[in-house]
Design a protein around this ligand. Structure first.
Ligand code: SF4
Length: 677
């Protein structure tokens, strides 16, 4: 059950419908010149999906506090006008929106000609590679006033609450930490004086909004920095924030520069709950929120059951599934956030608009096609599918006519391949009211995701497949598994009005001396093979080679395995996401995976791989299993046949092109093909 999570809650005088708060996310279109339309649509979609209190991405309280060029600044009347529209529309829809008051301090990456970053002390930022200017005492007081003015704006613009951004290493944290606050004045010198800035901000914000307006303080429970703020100081700080007028403490973990991963898939779900619990223990009755790596309501329920924590903050899960709350409440499959960071955090880091790998509609909530997603809340009427009978291998559901959605004339579509691209295309075609039949050669749907979900930290990829196949069932899509489609099926394909070719990829073969030996396998086989030897050599340097090394480095049959990655280039996983690569490579190091770069002249024999390494030295790497992970080629054998049929078609995902292929692109192409039909 979800009784604890779905029980009403409260922050100050603000009643909450349940115990989940949507955490702040910088979306990258906060400042788009569209009168706030796209931003409002983003939040409204979450309101319709059952979200309670939602926190906006940061709104800078002054120009110097903006994080990146284009960031919204509260002094800008145009930005405020957009926010007014957003707050108004969310309010009318019955939603609750908190404005996050933000100052980046030394993390700021100003536009050319923009104001210089400021901070308590001139400690260089590894994020911006800039050294901030030291604030004068008067400058510090001015920023306290900026926060108060921002809070006043929030109330006046129609927001339901404010959250003060005091975590993740931004300005307020920079005052708290001895690493970044080297002052010896009113604002620094010992823990009590370093706390003063955050406390002064809370007090000023409280004064600006009055006693009845909810004020949430986002604080860092553990900065994960050697020499950073110690636990006793964090507890004392939490009590001081409460005394200054905070109605709730939202506990973050880590700074952006911390060497410990906090939100990557390699971090076990719920890992940081004890950090929030420690803050809760310090403040007693005051509501405390846990956050980071909590991606499903069942897990939130377990946290609320097992700790005195009051509320759970979830952010990325609301990108992956705007209807997270409603679907969970109804016991329906949820599109789970898999913590890949590929379309959200990695894009945000470079100042681009975020999206979501498993939900390409993020950022397009104002587009007409998003209307189809609204159907989630209505019970669709069903009717029998005319003319198509189920094959014995397939699962058959009723065809769904989508109630409120204006459907074009329903037509029949064949989707060949049930990997990410094919599943997404089939689901979105069915959602638009078409009659869809999926043919999958494998015994199970999922494609490359079925391999990925075996990698440590990627088990949730199986949830993506489960969600999409459940959607196919709900929408009456006919799924034939164990049914390859080949040239001989031209007649079958001609019977459809449209064909989506989503046949995926095949491993690239490389011609190496010894490559035909029985202990040499391609990565596809290796992913599903439980019989890897105790010494595994992986040949390849891309993301798949990294995943395989990670998988193989788990002990086999209780015995540790020695894994060696042999790559031609210098850089392992060069195309992996910026937020993820370092964390996974650290994990490989921890598991003592050896990496040999710049290899050439490879030759495989029965118990070793012989090579010349980057230094020019001849080496032999002992190996009982050799895995070739040297890239992929499109599995596009069907394309010629499909072209011959003359039927409308699209080739999507890896079947179209494997250059730069990732799952973000595969899902997006599946979705786009469905729209194009
Ligand atoms: Fe989660 Fe990945 Fe989507 Fe980001 S892109 S919300 S990490 S599934």
């Amino acid at each position: 059950g979800l009784q604890r999570v779905l029980r009403p809650g409260r922050i100050g005088r603000l009643p909450l419908p349940h115990r989940i708060v949507m955490g702040a996310m910088h979306l990258g279109w906060e400042n788009r010149d569209d009168d706030g339309r796209a931003l409002a649509a983003f939040y409204l979609a979450r309101v319709r999906g059952g979200a309670g209190l939602m926190v906006t991405g940061g709104a800078a309280v002054s120009a110097a506090g903006a994080d990146v060029p284009g960031y919204g600044v509260l002094d800008d009347p145009a930005f405020r006008a957009r926010l007014r529209r957003v707050a108004g529309e969310v309010g009318v829809a019955g939603g609750l929106l908190a404005l996050q008051l933000f100052h980046a301090g030394r993390y700021a990456r100003p536009a050319a000609g923009g104001p210089r970053p400021v901070a308590p002390s001139a400690v260089p930022s590894p994020i911006s590679r800039l050294t901030p200017d030291t604030l004068s005492a008067a400058g510090v007081s001015r920023i306290v006033e900026d926060f108060a003015r921002g809070a006043h704006h929030a109330r006046e613009l129609g927001f339901s609450a404010v959250e003060i951004m005091g975590s993740e290493g931004y300005l307020i944290d920079q005052f708290l930490s001895p690493l970044t606050n080297r002052r010896d004045d009113e604002w620094g010198g010992d823990p009590q004086r370093r706390m003063r800035f955050g406390v002064a901000v809370v007090r000023a914000v409280r004064e600006a909004v009055g006693t009845d307006f909810p004020v949430v303080m986002r604080m860092t429970g553990d900065d994960l920095l050697p020499g950073g703020t110690d636990r006793d100081t964090v507890a004392e700080y939490a009590r001081a924030l409460a005394a200054a007028g905070a109605d709730a403490l939202n506990v973050g973990v880590g700074w952006h520069e911390s060497p410990t991963p906090t939100v990557q898939a390699v971090v076990p779900p719920g890992h940081w709950v004890p950090v929030a619990s420690a803050v809760k223990a310090a403040v007693g009755a005051l509501p405390v929120l846990a956050s980071n790596r909590i991606n499903r309501l069942a897990q939130a329920e377990a946290i609320l059951a097992g700790t005195p924590l009051d509320l759970i903050s979830m952010a990325r899960p609301f990108l992956a599934d705007p209807a997270l709350i409603e679907r969970s409440r109804a016991g329906r499959p949820v599109n789970i956030c898999v913590a890949c960071n590929q379309a959200c955090i990695d894009r945000s880091l470079v100042g681009a608009a975020v999206s979501c790998m498993v939900n390409p509609l993020v950022g397009r909530e104002a587009d007409p096609e998003f209307e189809a997603e609204r159907e989630d809340r209505a019970a669709p009427a069903t009717q029998a599918e005319p003319g198509v009978r189920a094959a014995p291998s397939g699962q058959v559901g009723p065809v769904v006519r989508v109630g409120s959605v204006a459907v074009r004339e329903p037509r029949t579509v064949a989707v060949v391949g049930a990997g990410p691209a094919g599943l997404r295309a089939a689901r979105d075609l069915a959602l638009a009211g078409h009659r869809v039949t999926v043919y999958e050669a494998d015994r199970e749907p999922g494609g490359q995701f079925r391999l990925a979900c075996r990698v440590p930290g990627k088990a949730d990829y199986a949830e993506t497949i489960r969600f999409l196949t459940a959607e196919l069932t709900r929408l009456g899509v006919v799924l034939h598994t164990g049914r390859p489609v080949a040239g001989a099926d031209e007649g079958l394909l001609r019977r459809y009005d449209g064909i989506i070719v989503a046949t995926g990829v095949v491993p690239r073969r490389v011609d190496l001396p010894g490559g035909a030996l029985p202990h040499v396998r391609d990565y596809g086989a290796a992913f599903t093979d439980d019989a890897l030897g105790p010494r595994v050599a992986v040949i390849g340097g891309g993301g798949i080679a990294v995943d395989l090394a990670h998988l193989a480095s788990q002990p086999g049959a209780g015995r540790p395995r020695q894994v060696t990655v042999l790559l031609r280039g210098e850089r392992l996983g060069p195309r992996m996401g910026r937020s993820t690569r370092w964390a996974v490579l650290a994990e490989l190091r921890r598991r003592q995976v050896a990496v040999v770069s710049g290899v050439r002249d490879l030759r495989i024999d029965t118990d070793a791989v012989h090579l010349v390494d980057g230094t020019g030295a001849a080496r032999s790497v002992p190996a009982d299993t050799v895995v070739i992970a040297a890239g992929q080629l499109p599995a596009d054998g069907l394309v010629r046949t499909v072209r011959r049929t003359g039927v409308w078609h699209r080739v999507v995902g890896g079947a179209r092109d494997t250059t730069g292929l990732d799952a973000v692109r595969a899902f997006a192409e599946g979705h786009a093909a469905a729209l194009a039909f």
